[in-house]
Design a protein. Structure first.
Length: 330
């Protein structure tokens, strides 16, 4: 396939947009530096689990980057409301790879579910927050004592809330966690049925922009808020080179995002139904770059700290060793 044919296939939504020429030039530059595609013809299927917040995966889907990497594979995409559901799908063999926040893999590993970390994205501490209504009198984390806080059990925001409670000098039992999915939590937040909400983007951006929610605390200094890529045992065992190919394509997608933030925000507004200003807030908050890489010692240590904190609080039933679930990258 020629570069011109590949561009036509990879960026169809720009053919009629004002960003078309710029996107074409960026894509040309990217393809020029990645001309030697490391394809793996042995991969016959790749089932991807992603969320609305999985920016790089959404762009990889739109530009059909995995189709280029795995020309003989059937690529399917499955959207989930959160990381816990992605890990469950991975455990039962419904998907081959998935992207989640930091907490879902800890829950899954503690539940003896098979999983393999193979990459992480740059920390995004500003992409999650604990919110309170615009008219709330709560101004400090310590004032969460006795309050109802909405949170998705087992999500990255669960850990954010645990850390926030700890920083405030409170015990976990001092607050009333209300276990809600993001959609249900937002409805409860709007009605005043909860006093605060621990949540991640783009739900965070939507509440901030549309509901005039106030930020009680972001993840900065509390939780690094990593995104992790996890793979099935079958993919790790039989197609280890495919994992490197996936990382490569995720990073091609990220380079495109960083060079086309306005276009990315527009795409997300169209695909998710979010208002443009919400998408812009969400995209601008991401680190530059937000690339993927094999797990470093620091990332593993940060994840182990999360696991240790959860086992201390008996949120998970036992202690776990994160390193045991990390793919060595061979």
């Amino acid at each position: 396939m020629t570069q011109h044919q590949l561009l036509n296939k990879a960026t169809p939504w720009f053919k009629t947009s004002g960003h078309g020429m710029h996107a074409l030039l960026v894509a040309c530059a990217m393809l020029g530096s990645n001309a030697a595609w490391a394809v793996d013809p042995s991969v016959k299927q790749l089932r991807v689990g992603y969320q609305k917040a999985s920016v790089n995966l959404v762009i990889a889907q739109q530009q059909k980057l995995f189709e280029q990497e795995f020309p003989n594979a059937k690529i399917t995409w499955n959207e989930f409301p959160g990381g816990p559901q992605i890990l469950e799908a991975l455990a039962v063999g419904s998907i081959d790879i998935g992207a989640t926040g930091d907490t879902p893999p800890v829950y899954a590993q503690a539940g003896n579910k098979p999983l393999h970390y193979f990459a992480y994205e740059t920390a995004k501490p500003l992409a999650s927050a604990i919110l309170v209504p615009g008219n709330s009198k709560i101004t400090q984390l310590s004032q969460l004592k006795g309050k109802r806080v909405g949170v998705h059990r087992g999500s990255s925001s669960h850990y954010l809330l645990v850390q926030a409670v700890r920083k405030a000098g409170l015990q976990w039992t001092d607050i009333q966690p209300i276990w809600l999915s993001p959609a249900d939590a937002r409805a409860a937040f709007q009605k005043g049925a909860i006093d605060a909400w621990a949540i991640w983007d783009p739900y965070y951006a939507a509440a901030q922009v549309e509901d005039k929610a106030k930020v009680l605390a972001s993840g900065k200094g509390l939780s690094p808020n990593y995104t992790f890529y996890l793979a099935s045992s079958d993919l790790v065992k039989n197609h280890p080179q495919a994992l490197k190919g996936i990382i490569k394509q995720v990073n091609i997608a990220d380079k495109w995002v960083q060079s086309n933030k306005t276009a990315t925000a527009s795409l997300f507004a169209q695909s998710t139904g979010l208002k443009s200003v919400v998408s812009q807030t969400f995209i601008q908050r991401r680190p530059n770059p937000s690339n993927a890489a094999l797990l470093s010692k620091k990332v593993i240590a940060d994840q182990q700290e999360l696991a240790n904190r959860f086992s201390e609080l008996k949120i998970i039933p036992k202690s776990i060793n994160i390193q045991q679930a990390v793919w060595a990258g061979k």
